[in-house]
Design a protein around this ligand. Sequence first.
Ligand code: AMP
Ligand code: ZN
Length: 468
Amino acid sequence: MRLYNTLSKTIEEFTPYNENEVTMYTCGPTVYHYAHIGNLRTYIFEDILEKSLEYMGYNVKRVMNITDVGHMTSDADSGEDKMQKGAARENKTVWEIADYYTNAFFNDAAKLNIRKPLIIEKASDLIDDYIRIIEKLLKDGYAYISNNNVYFDISKIEDYYRLSGKNSNDLLVGARDDVELDEFKRNPYDFGLWFTVSKFENQAMQWDSPWGVGYPGWHIECSGIAIKHLGEYLDIHCGGIDNIFPHHTNEIAQSEAFLGHKWCKYWLHGEHLNEESGKMSKSKGEFLTVSLLEEKKYDPLAYRYFCLQSHYRNQLVFSYESLDIAANGYKKLVNRVNQIKNSPSGELEEDKLNEYQNLFKKALQNDLNTSSALTVLYDVIKDELLNNNTKLYLIASFDSVLSLDLLKEKEVEIDSKLLSYIEEKIEERNLAKKEKNYELADKIREELKEKGIIIEDGREGTTYEIIR
Ligand code: AMP
Ligand code: ZN
Protein backbone atom coordinates (compact mmCIF):
# COMPACT_ATOMS: atom_id res chain seq x y z
CA MET A 1 0.00 0.00 0.00
CA ARG A 2 1.19 3.51 -0.71
CA LEU A 3 -0.43 6.11 1.52
CA TYR A 4 -0.06 9.84 1.97
CA ASN A 5 1.39 10.53 5.40
CA THR A 6 0.62 13.99 6.78
CA LEU A 7 3.70 13.66 8.97
CA SER A 8 6.14 13.50 6.05
CA LYS A 9 3.83 15.25 3.53
CA THR A 10 4.62 12.50 1.03
CA ILE A 11 3.15 9.30 -0.26
CA GLU A 12 4.98 6.50 1.53
CA GLU A 13 5.15 2.75 1.27
CA PHE A 14 3.11 1.39 4.15
CA THR A 15 5.00 -0.93 6.50
CA PRO A 16 3.36 -1.58 9.84
CA TYR A 17 5.36 -2.06 13.03
CA ASN A 18 4.25 -5.68 13.17
CA GLU A 19 3.87 -7.44 9.86
CA ASN A 20 0.83 -9.50 10.89
CA GLU A 21 -1.38 -6.86 12.36
CA VAL A 22 -2.17 -3.25 11.59
CA THR A 23 -3.23 -1.08 14.50
CA MET A 24 -5.52 1.76 13.52
CA TYR A 25 -7.04 4.55 15.58
CA THR A 26 -9.88 6.76 14.41
CA CYS A 27 -11.11 9.87 16.19
CA GLY A 28 -14.77 9.26 16.87
CA PRO A 29 -17.75 11.59 16.88
CA THR A 30 -18.55 14.21 19.48
CA VAL A 31 -22.00 13.02 20.44
CA TYR A 32 -23.80 16.30 21.12
CA HIS A 33 -25.80 16.28 17.89
CA TYR A 34 -26.38 14.24 14.75
CA ALA A 35 -23.37 13.72 12.50
CA HIS A 36 -23.63 15.70 9.29
CA ILE A 37 -22.81 14.02 6.01
CA GLY A 38 -19.44 15.85 6.03
CA ASN A 39 -18.45 14.08 9.25
CA LEU A 40 -19.64 10.87 7.66
CA ARG A 41 -17.45 11.42 4.61
CA THR A 42 -14.48 11.08 6.95
CA TYR A 43 -15.87 7.82 8.38
CA ILE A 44 -16.47 6.48 4.85
CA PHE A 45 -12.82 7.19 4.00
CA GLU A 46 -11.68 5.39 7.18
CA ASP A 47 -13.98 2.47 6.45
CA ILE A 48 -12.51 2.15 2.96
CA LEU A 49 -9.01 2.32 4.42
CA GLU A 50 -9.72 -0.46 6.91
CA LYS A 51 -11.36 -2.69 4.30
CA SER A 52 -8.61 -2.00 1.73
CA LEU A 53 -5.96 -3.06 4.23
CA GLU A 54 -7.93 -6.26 4.80
CA TYR A 55 -8.21 -6.76 1.04
CA MET A 56 -4.39 -6.64 0.89
CA GLY A 57 -4.29 -9.41 3.49
CA TYR A 58 -3.64 -7.44 6.68
CA ASN A 59 -5.37 -8.17 9.92
CA VAL A 60 -6.63 -4.80 11.16
CA LYS A 61 -7.25 -3.94 14.80
CA ARG A 62 -9.18 -0.72 14.84
CA VAL A 63 -10.24 1.42 17.78
CA MET A 64 -12.51 4.44 17.88
CA ASN A 65 -13.48 6.72 20.75
CA ILE A 66 -16.79 8.35 21.45
CA THR A 67 -16.17 11.92 22.60
CA ASP A 68 -18.71 12.47 25.33
CA VAL A 69 -16.66 14.86 27.45
CA GLY A 70 -14.18 17.71 27.11
CA HIS A 71 -14.75 18.95 23.54
CA MET A 72 -15.31 22.70 23.29
CA THR A 73 -17.01 24.43 20.39
CA SER A 74 -13.55 25.52 19.37
CA ASP A 75 -10.94 22.78 19.08
CA ALA A 76 -8.74 24.50 21.63
CA ASP A 77 -9.80 25.08 25.22
CA SER A 78 -12.13 27.95 24.51
CA GLY A 79 -15.76 28.32 23.59
CA GLU A 80 -18.67 26.42 25.01
CA ASP A 81 -18.66 22.79 26.09
CA LYS A 82 -20.35 20.92 23.22
CA MET A 83 -22.09 18.37 25.44
CA GLN A 84 -23.48 21.05 27.77
CA LYS A 85 -24.68 22.91 24.75
CA GLY A 86 -26.51 19.82 23.46
CA ALA A 87 -28.07 19.20 26.86
CA ALA A 88 -29.28 22.81 27.17
CA ARG A 89 -30.69 22.71 23.64
CA GLU A 90 -32.81 19.66 24.36
CA ASN A 91 -33.42 20.04 28.04
CA LYS A 92 -31.81 16.69 28.81
CA THR A 93 -28.84 15.53 30.84
CA VAL A 94 -25.47 15.31 29.13
CA TRP A 95 -25.56 11.55 29.64
CA GLU A 96 -28.91 11.25 27.87
CA ILE A 97 -27.59 13.39 25.04
CA ALA A 98 -24.48 11.23 24.74
CA ASP A 99 -26.49 7.98 24.64
CA TYR A 100 -28.99 9.25 22.15
CA TYR A 101 -26.47 10.68 19.68
CA THR A 102 -24.10 7.74 20.00
CA ASN A 103 -26.91 5.47 18.84
CA ALA A 104 -27.91 7.92 16.13
CA PHE A 105 -24.31 8.00 14.88
CA PHE A 106 -24.09 4.21 14.57
CA ASN A 107 -27.50 4.02 12.89
CA ASP A 108 -26.44 6.57 10.28
CA ALA A 109 -23.06 4.89 9.82
CA ALA A 110 -24.77 1.51 9.30
CA LYS A 111 -26.97 2.98 6.57
CA LEU A 112 -23.79 4.01 4.76
CA ASN A 113 -22.30 0.52 5.27
CA ILE A 114 -19.60 1.93 7.54
CA ARG A 115 -18.55 -1.00 9.67
CA LYS A 116 -18.36 -0.56 13.44
CA PRO A 117 -14.72 -0.60 14.57
CA LEU A 118 -13.64 -3.62 16.60
CA ILE A 119 -13.26 -1.61 19.81
CA ILE A 120 -15.32 1.42 20.74
CA GLU A 121 -14.52 3.30 23.91
CA LYS A 122 -16.42 6.12 25.52
CA ALA A 123 -14.07 8.90 26.58
CA SER A 124 -15.80 9.14 29.96
CA ASP A 125 -15.01 5.47 30.74
CA LEU A 126 -11.22 5.78 30.94
CA ILE A 127 -10.70 8.65 33.37
CA ASP A 128 -8.17 6.68 35.46
CA ASP A 129 -5.99 6.11 32.40
CA TYR A 130 -5.85 9.84 31.62
CA ILE A 131 -5.01 10.62 35.23
CA ARG A 132 -2.14 8.13 35.13
CA ILE A 133 -0.74 9.71 31.94
CA ILE A 134 -1.11 13.25 33.30
CA GLU A 135 0.64 12.30 36.56
CA LYS A 136 3.64 11.06 34.59
CA LEU A 137 3.69 14.15 32.36
CA LEU A 138 3.75 16.32 35.48
CA LYS A 139 6.48 14.22 37.07
CA ASP A 140 8.64 14.42 33.94
CA GLY A 141 8.21 18.17 33.58
CA TYR A 142 6.03 18.19 30.44
CA ALA A 143 3.02 19.55 32.27
CA TYR A 144 2.39 22.19 34.90
CA ILE A 145 -0.35 23.23 37.24
CA SER A 146 -1.71 26.72 36.97
CA ASN A 147 -4.83 28.10 38.58
CA ASN A 148 -5.65 24.50 39.64
CA ASN A 149 -5.76 23.26 36.04
CA VAL A 150 -3.13 21.01 34.48
CA TYR A 151 -1.64 22.23 31.20
CA PHE A 152 0.78 20.65 28.74
CA ASP A 153 3.85 22.80 28.11
CA ILE A 154 4.43 22.73 24.36
CA SER A 155 7.81 24.46 24.67
CA LYS A 156 9.13 21.15 26.04
CA ILE A 157 8.59 19.49 22.67
CA GLU A 158 11.24 20.07 20.05
CA ASP A 159 9.16 19.72 16.94
CA TYR A 160 5.68 20.50 18.20
CA TYR A 161 4.40 21.91 14.87
CA ARG A 162 5.76 19.04 12.72
CA LEU A 163 2.40 17.53 11.78
CA SER A 164 0.74 20.78 10.76
CA GLY A 165 3.85 22.05 8.98
CA LYS A 166 3.12 25.46 10.52
CA ASN A 167 4.79 27.50 13.16
CA SER A 168 3.38 29.49 16.02
CA ASN A 169 3.67 32.76 14.10
CA ASP A 170 1.70 31.43 11.12
CA LEU A 171 -0.98 30.30 13.47
CA LEU A 172 -1.17 33.53 15.39
CA VAL A 173 -1.10 35.67 12.26
CA GLY A 174 -4.07 33.66 11.00
CA ALA A 175 -6.01 35.11 13.95
CA ARG A 176 -7.55 31.77 14.70
CA ASP A 177 -10.78 31.97 16.59
CA ASP A 178 -9.82 28.93 18.63
CA VAL A 179 -7.08 30.62 20.57
CA GLU A 180 -8.20 32.21 23.72
CA LEU A 181 -5.61 34.18 25.57
CA ASP A 182 -5.66 32.32 28.82
CA GLU A 183 -3.55 34.19 31.34
CA PHE A 184 -2.83 30.98 33.21
CA LYS A 185 -1.10 29.35 30.25
CA ARG A 186 2.63 29.88 29.79
CA ASN A 187 2.19 29.69 26.03
CA PRO A 188 -0.96 30.46 24.02
CA TYR A 189 -0.86 26.95 22.48
CA ASP A 190 -0.38 25.09 25.74
CA PHE A 191 -3.42 22.95 26.17
CA GLY A 192 -5.50 21.69 29.06
CA LEU A 193 -4.97 18.11 30.24
CA TRP A 194 -7.24 18.41 33.25
CA PHE A 195 -9.60 21.19 34.27
CA THR A 196 -10.73 21.78 37.79
CA VAL A 197 -11.62 25.43 37.54
CA SER A 198 -14.35 24.94 35.08
CA LYS A 199 -15.47 27.78 32.90
CA PHE A 200 -18.88 26.21 33.15
CA GLU A 201 -20.37 26.40 36.56
CA ASN A 202 -22.99 23.82 35.71
CA GLN A 203 -20.47 21.32 34.28
CA ALA A 204 -22.22 17.99 34.84
CA MET A 205 -19.39 15.60 34.07
CA GLN A 206 -16.86 15.62 36.88
CA TRP A 207 -14.51 13.13 38.48
CA ASP A 208 -12.08 13.05 41.39
CA SER A 209 -8.44 13.56 40.54
CA PRO A 210 -5.19 14.32 42.39
CA TRP A 211 -5.73 17.95 41.34
CA GLY A 212 -9.31 18.23 42.50
CA VAL A 213 -12.72 17.42 41.05
CA GLY A 214 -12.85 18.16 37.34
CA TYR A 215 -12.72 16.69 33.87
CA PRO A 216 -10.16 15.83 31.18
CA GLY A 217 -9.32 17.92 28.13
CA TRP A 218 -10.39 16.60 24.75
CA HIS A 219 -6.96 15.68 23.39
CA ILE A 220 -5.87 13.40 26.22
CA GLU A 221 -8.83 11.10 25.55
CA CYS A 222 -7.57 9.89 22.23
CA SER A 223 -4.02 9.27 23.47
CA GLY A 224 -5.33 7.43 26.52
CA ILE A 225 -7.75 5.25 24.56
CA ALA A 226 -5.30 4.47 21.75
CA ILE A 227 -2.47 3.53 24.12
CA LYS A 228 -4.73 1.40 26.30
CA HIS A 229 -6.08 -0.70 23.44
CA LEU A 230 -3.35 -0.59 20.82
CA GLY A 231 -0.20 -0.37 22.89
CA GLU A 232 2.82 1.91 22.66
CA TYR A 233 3.28 1.67 18.88
CA LEU A 234 0.48 2.73 16.59
CA ASP A 235 0.50 2.18 12.82
CA ILE A 236 -2.25 4.48 11.58
CA HIS A 237 -4.14 7.38 13.08
CA CYS A 238 -6.82 9.13 11.06
CA GLY A 239 -9.38 11.89 11.13
CA GLY A 240 -10.57 14.84 9.09
CA ILE A 241 -8.09 17.59 8.16
CA ASP A 242 -9.42 19.91 10.84
CA ASN A 243 -8.02 17.43 13.37
CA ILE A 244 -4.41 18.08 12.29
CA PHE A 245 -4.16 21.16 14.46
CA PRO A 246 -4.50 21.32 17.35
CA HIS A 247 -5.99 17.89 18.14
CA HIS A 248 -3.55 15.48 16.49
CA THR A 249 -0.60 17.80 17.07
CA ASN A 250 -1.41 17.65 20.79
CA GLU A 251 -1.95 13.91 20.73
CA ILE A 252 1.56 13.42 19.34
CA ALA A 253 3.09 15.80 21.88
CA GLN A 254 1.54 14.19 24.95
CA SER A 255 1.76 10.55 23.77
CA GLU A 256 5.43 10.75 22.81
CA ALA A 257 6.27 12.69 25.98
CA PHE A 258 4.51 9.99 28.00
CA LEU A 259 5.94 6.99 26.14
CA GLY A 260 9.43 8.37 25.63
CA HIS A 261 9.58 7.30 21.98
CA LYS A 262 7.91 7.78 18.59
CA TRP A 263 4.30 6.70 18.74
CA CYS A 264 2.33 6.67 15.48
CA LYS A 265 3.89 6.01 12.08
CA TYR A 266 1.21 7.12 9.61
CA TRP A 267 -1.18 10.03 9.96
CA LEU A 268 -3.96 10.05 7.37
CA HIS A 269 -6.45 12.88 6.96
CA GLY A 270 -9.58 13.15 4.89
CA GLU A 271 -10.46 16.43 3.20
CA HIS A 272 -13.73 18.09 3.99
CA LEU A 273 -17.08 17.97 2.35
CA ASN A 274 -18.17 21.57 1.90
CA GLU A 275 -21.34 23.25 0.83
CA GLU A 276 -21.45 25.62 -2.11
CA SER A 277 -21.80 28.42 0.43
CA GLY A 278 -18.72 27.24 2.37
CA LYS A 279 -18.09 25.14 5.44
CA MET A 280 -20.65 22.52 6.42
CA SER A 281 -22.36 23.34 9.68
CA LYS A 282 -24.72 21.76 12.18
CA SER A 283 -26.23 25.05 13.20
CA LYS A 284 -26.44 27.21 10.09
CA GLY A 285 -28.24 26.58 6.83
CA GLU A 286 -29.69 23.16 6.05
CA PHE A 287 -28.45 20.52 8.52
CA LEU A 288 -27.44 17.77 6.12
CA THR A 289 -27.94 14.42 7.78
CA VAL A 290 -28.51 10.89 6.51
CA SER A 291 -32.15 11.14 7.64
CA LEU A 292 -32.62 14.29 5.62
CA LEU A 293 -31.28 12.52 2.52
CA GLU A 294 -33.69 9.67 3.20
CA GLU A 295 -36.59 12.07 3.61
CA LYS A 296 -35.68 13.42 0.21
CA LYS A 297 -35.84 9.82 -1.09
CA TYR A 298 -32.13 9.30 -1.63
CA ASP A 299 -30.65 5.90 -0.95
CA PRO A 300 -27.88 6.59 1.63
CA LEU A 301 -25.60 4.38 -0.44
CA ALA A 302 -25.92 6.85 -3.31
CA TYR A 303 -24.11 9.27 -1.00
CA ARG A 304 -21.43 6.67 -0.31
CA TYR A 305 -21.06 6.21 -4.08
CA PHE A 306 -20.83 10.00 -4.46
CA CYS A 307 -17.94 10.06 -1.96
CA LEU A 308 -16.12 7.15 -3.59
CA GLN A 309 -16.11 8.93 -6.93
CA SER A 310 -13.64 11.45 -5.60
CA HIS A 311 -10.31 11.07 -3.82
CA TYR A 312 -10.38 11.37 -0.04
CA ARG A 313 -7.68 14.05 -0.13
CA ASN A 314 -9.66 16.33 -2.44
CA GLN A 315 -12.24 18.74 -1.22
CA LEU A 316 -15.70 17.76 -2.28
CA VAL A 317 -18.53 20.21 -2.72
CA PHE A 318 -22.00 18.98 -1.95
CA SER A 319 -24.99 20.01 -4.02
CA TYR A 320 -28.24 18.23 -4.73
CA GLU A 321 -27.45 18.41 -8.46
CA SER A 322 -24.23 16.47 -8.02
CA LEU A 323 -25.87 14.04 -5.62
CA ASP A 324 -28.63 13.48 -8.21
CA ILE A 325 -26.04 12.59 -10.80
CA ALA A 326 -24.34 10.18 -8.43
CA ALA A 327 -27.69 8.68 -7.37
CA ASN A 328 -28.59 8.09 -10.99
CA GLY A 329 -25.19 6.53 -11.68
CA TYR A 330 -25.56 4.30 -8.64
CA LYS A 331 -29.04 3.15 -9.70
CA LYS A 332 -27.77 2.30 -13.17
CA LEU A 333 -24.84 0.40 -11.68
CA VAL A 334 -27.16 -1.67 -9.47
CA ASN A 335 -29.40 -2.39 -12.48
CA ARG A 336 -26.48 -3.56 -14.58
CA VAL A 337 -25.33 -5.85 -11.79
CA ASN A 338 -28.90 -7.18 -11.48
CA GLN A 339 -28.96 -8.06 -15.16
CA ILE A 340 -25.74 -10.04 -14.73
CA LYS A 341 -27.18 -11.71 -11.63
CA ASN A 342 -30.26 -12.78 -13.53
CA SER A 343 -28.27 -14.73 -16.11
CA PRO A 344 -25.40 -16.50 -14.38
CA SER A 345 -23.21 -18.51 -16.75
CA GLY A 346 -19.77 -20.05 -17.18
CA GLU A 347 -16.95 -21.40 -15.06
CA LEU A 348 -14.67 -19.08 -13.13
CA GLU A 349 -11.91 -17.79 -15.36
CA GLU A 350 -8.93 -17.77 -13.01
CA ASP A 351 -6.56 -15.74 -15.16
CA LYS A 352 -9.01 -12.96 -15.81
CA LEU A 353 -10.07 -13.02 -12.21
CA ASN A 354 -6.52 -12.48 -10.97
CA GLU A 355 -5.89 -9.83 -13.57
CA TYR A 356 -8.91 -7.77 -12.51
CA GLN A 357 -8.31 -8.29 -8.82
CA ASN A 358 -4.78 -7.01 -9.26
CA LEU A 359 -6.02 -3.92 -11.08
CA PHE A 360 -8.49 -3.29 -8.28
CA LYS A 361 -5.76 -3.72 -5.67
CA LYS A 362 -3.46 -1.43 -7.59
CA ALA A 363 -6.05 1.34 -7.54
CA LEU A 364 -6.44 1.06 -3.77
CA GLN A 365 -2.71 0.68 -3.20
CA ASN A 366 -2.30 4.01 -4.92
CA ASP A 367 -3.29 6.05 -1.85
CA LEU A 368 -6.84 4.68 -1.91
CA ASN A 369 -7.83 5.75 -5.37
CA THR A 370 -11.48 4.77 -5.10
CA SER A 371 -12.53 6.36 -8.38
CA SER A 372 -10.00 4.18 -10.23
CA ALA A 373 -11.27 1.20 -8.26
CA LEU A 374 -14.79 2.00 -9.54
CA THR A 375 -13.42 2.18 -13.08
CA VAL A 376 -12.07 -1.37 -12.70
CA LEU A 377 -15.55 -2.45 -11.55
CA TYR A 378 -17.11 -0.86 -14.65
CA ASP A 379 -14.47 -2.51 -16.86
CA VAL A 380 -15.47 -5.89 -15.44
CA ILE A 381 -19.15 -5.22 -16.07
CA LYS A 382 -18.48 -4.07 -19.65
CA ASP A 383 -16.07 -6.87 -20.57
CA GLU A 384 -17.91 -8.80 -23.28
CA LEU A 385 -15.45 -11.67 -23.19
CA LEU A 386 -15.91 -12.33 -19.49
CA ASN A 387 -18.61 -14.81 -18.41
CA ASN A 388 -21.23 -13.74 -15.89
CA ASN A 389 -20.14 -16.03 -13.06
CA THR A 390 -16.65 -14.57 -13.14
CA LYS A 391 -18.17 -11.10 -13.21
CA LEU A 392 -20.33 -11.88 -10.20
CA TYR A 393 -17.36 -13.26 -8.30
CA LEU A 394 -15.37 -10.10 -8.99
CA ILE A 395 -18.27 -7.80 -8.13
CA ALA A 396 -18.70 -9.56 -4.78
CA SER A 397 -14.98 -9.34 -4.15
CA PHE A 398 -14.78 -5.61 -4.94
CA ASP A 399 -17.90 -4.92 -2.93
CA SER A 400 -16.19 -6.26 0.19
CA VAL A 401 -14.32 -2.94 0.08
CA LEU A 402 -16.71 -0.61 -1.75
CA SER A 403 -19.70 -1.80 0.31
CA LEU A 404 -22.35 -0.56 -2.11
CA ASP A 405 -24.66 -3.58 -1.65
CA LEU A 406 -24.22 -4.39 -5.31
CA LEU A 407 -25.46 -7.95 -4.95
CA LYS A 408 -28.14 -7.41 -2.37
CA GLU A 409 -31.79 -7.49 -3.33
CA LYS A 410 -32.93 -3.89 -3.38
CA GLU A 411 -36.50 -2.89 -2.68
CA VAL A 412 -38.38 -2.17 -5.85
CA GLU A 413 -38.59 1.54 -6.22
CA ILE A 414 -42.15 2.79 -6.36
CA ASP A 415 -42.39 5.35 -9.06
CA SER A 416 -44.71 8.30 -8.82
CA LYS A 417 -46.68 7.20 -11.91
CA LEU A 418 -47.63 3.97 -10.17
CA LEU A 419 -48.72 5.86 -7.08
CA SER A 420 -51.00 8.19 -9.00
CA TYR A 421 -52.42 5.24 -10.93
CA ILE A 422 -53.34 3.50 -7.65
CA GLU A 423 -54.88 6.64 -6.22
CA GLU A 424 -56.96 7.21 -9.35
CA LYS A 425 -58.20 3.64 -9.27
CA ILE A 426 -59.17 3.88 -5.60
CA GLU A 427 -61.08 7.07 -6.29
CA GLU A 428 -62.86 5.46 -9.22
CA ARG A 429 -63.79 2.53 -7.00
CA ASN A 430 -65.05 4.77 -4.20
CA LEU A 431 -67.27 6.51 -6.67
CA ALA A 432 -68.58 3.17 -7.96
CA LYS A 433 -69.37 2.10 -4.38
CA LYS A 434 -71.18 5.36 -3.71
CA GLU A 435 -73.31 4.73 -6.78
CA LYS A 436 -73.87 1.18 -5.52
CA ASN A 437 -72.14 -0.20 -8.62
CA TYR A 438 -70.54 -3.07 -6.68
CA GLU A 439 -69.75 -4.98 -9.80
CA LEU A 440 -67.42 -2.20 -11.02
CA ALA A 441 -65.94 -1.77 -7.54
CA ASP A 442 -65.02 -5.47 -7.40
CA LYS A 443 -63.65 -5.34 -10.90
CA ILE A 444 -61.29 -2.51 -9.94
CA ARG A 445 -60.19 -4.39 -6.84
CA GLU A 446 -59.35 -7.45 -9.00
CA GLU A 447 -57.58 -5.32 -11.56
CA LEU A 448 -55.33 -3.89 -8.86
CA LYS A 449 -54.76 -7.31 -7.31
CA GLU A 450 -53.50 -8.63 -10.60
CA LYS A 451 -50.90 -5.88 -10.54
CA GLY A 452 -49.79 -6.89 -7.04
CA ILE A 453 -51.70 -4.15 -5.23
CA ILE A 454 -53.98 -5.24 -2.40
CA ILE A 455 -56.59 -2.79 -1.18
CA GLU A 456 -58.45 -2.86 2.06
CA ASP A 457 -61.46 -0.88 3.26
CA GLY A 458 -61.24 0.34 6.83
CA ARG A 459 -62.67 2.99 9.11
CA GLU A 460 -60.03 5.45 7.93
CA GLY A 461 -60.89 4.86 4.30
CA THR A 462 -59.23 2.62 1.74
CA THR A 463 -55.59 1.65 2.20
CA TYR A 464 -53.34 -0.37 -0.06
CA GLU A 465 -50.24 -2.52 0.02
CA ILE A 466 -47.89 -3.24 -2.86
CA ILE A 467 -46.85 -6.85 -2.55
CA ARG A 468 -44.64 -7.16 -5.59
P1 AMP B 1 -16.62 15.76 15.48
O1 AMP B 1 -17.89 14.97 15.72
O2 AMP B 1 -16.83 17.22 15.39
O3 AMP B 1 -15.57 15.41 16.51
O4 AMP B 1 -16.07 15.33 14.06
C1 AMP B 1 -16.04 14.00 13.63
C2 AMP B 1 -15.15 13.85 12.42
O5 AMP B 1 -15.65 14.57 11.30
C3 AMP B 1 -13.73 14.36 12.64
O6 AMP B 1 -12.82 13.39 12.15
C4 AMP B 1 -13.67 15.63 11.81
O7 AMP B 1 -12.38 15.87 11.35
C5 AMP B 1 -14.60 15.29 10.67
N1 AMP B 1 -15.21 16.44 9.97
C6 AMP B 1 -15.70 17.59 10.50
N2 AMP B 1 -16.23 18.38 9.53
C7 AMP B 1 -16.08 17.73 8.36
C8 AMP B 1 -16.44 18.00 7.00
N3 AMP B 1 -17.07 19.11 6.64
N4 AMP B 1 -16.10 17.09 6.04
C9 AMP B 1 -15.46 15.94 6.40
N5 AMP B 1 -15.13 15.61 7.66
C10 AMP B 1 -15.42 16.48 8.64
ZN1 ZN C 1 -9.11 12.24 18.59
